[in-house]
Ligand binder design. Sequence first.
Ligand code: NAD
Length: 494
Amino acid sequence: MDFKNFIAGAWVEPSTGAYFENRNPADGNDLIGRFPSSGPEDVSRAAASAQRGFALWSRTPAPVRGQVLQRAGDLLVRRKEELARAMTREMGKVLLETRGDVQEGIDTAYYAHTEGRRLFGRTVPSELRSKWAMSYRRPIGVAGIITPFNFPLAVPTWKLFPALLCGNAVIWKPSEDVPHTAHLLVELLLEAGLPPEVFQLVHGLGAEAGKALVEHRDVTVISFTGSTDTGAEIGATCGKLHKRLSLEMGGKNATIVMDDADLDLALEGVLWGAFGTTGQRCTATSRLILHEKIHDRFLKTLVDRAERLHLGPGLEEKTEVGPLIHEEARRKVESYVEIGKQEGASVLTGGRRPGSKGLDCGWFYEPTVLAGVRPGMRVEQEEIFGPVLSVIRVGSLAEAIRVNNDVKYGLSSALYTRDVNAAFTAMTELDTGISYINAPTIGAEAHLPFGGVKQTGNGHREGGWEVYDFYSETKVVYVDFSGKLQRAQIDTER
Ligand code: NAD
């Protein structure tokens, strides 16, 4: 089946006439559909329509905009299972996780709904008599939203819902690896009552449709989640064009396990953090920093459990680890395992494609543990984005924190300990946007800000209240009802 873009209130074919294929990563023979390979002309049409949508939507009261998102939340609740299954089919991660992905969209919708009745500005005293001073939030314009493959629904809703609630029109360029979930979400938003021209869906490749969106002069806000290299390119363009830009990019997250930790708890957290979503989370645990006193013991149980994780298609309930997103991702993982070996790491388990029949049509790779990794090795520094865990031995908490911080990324970190002083030291010193104590590096909640420091981000946050700040412009208004000219700083009584 050929899918379409949604532009100017209608489902339309791409101006290019070109399409790309979307296949199930667990079974390359399963074609989900062909999606538009859009170009600059499609983006221009979408931008013109979005400007008309903006004129209407920006004047709609925020609580009314919130009601649309409440209805979207209700529809997501009703369709949770159907969406989760469609998402697993095109993205590969297990059903348990795609259900969680939809749930995050539901939480984000309901949070956005209630924010429609807040969107607080400030009213403060003026320094002059008979004068009021206040600030309020205004919509900005047309927001270009560019999203990655690994959270096909949750990450887009983190951006789309606050952007819409704040009164902006939106053009969404979803990942070319998960366009079907995007199609289903747009259908749902229209059913929830979103006025058609407020929302445009433009499918396509990053270097074509994505690039055209970033470069379009009438798209004044860009929000991007994806790799650090792509983010750097987008940042350079937005800098030149003076666009408001939010970047959420890569990670190289570590879990530290101290010698006084509850090791059973830590083991569960490391397995979930490292191999959940087949390691394809920005917050995935890709480094394990073990205190030397428990290093050997912990590794032994970890390897034993990793070997028993059930690899298979995500739609099968017994599956714990699904496939990678595509063959290119698998080749990248393979090349990093080779690099690790050349650097002197040893592969304790995994390090290969599964031999079992039935998995040869998908992009599967065994959960892999690399031991003997030293700080500075490429497998310790670079984002692999697959089921590969690099293990580093340390002698103290101070050394563990140093190792954690000595990477270019700074998204998430975790510490397992029973020592309250160690916990608070780590909370203070770990150089990441998010830290977990006695919990894995993954597990964001929709009402808290999400994002990273250093080359993971550019200072903005998704989620929580902070994201509403990004999608709105603060305007200040002074009302002088004294009936005479009062000059600030000059006529102020001293
Ligand atoms: P990616 O950078 O390849 O693609 C992300 C999106 O950008 C896609 O929609 C793609 O089409 C588009 N794109 C690519 N080149 C472009 C260009 N030149 N101009 C405009 N758009 C372009 O990333 P991916 O492989 O889809 O996702 C994995 C990456 O995303 C990892 O690095 C991961 O850490 C990161 N990620 C970060 C977060 C976070 O919140 N920090 C969350 C999820 C994923």
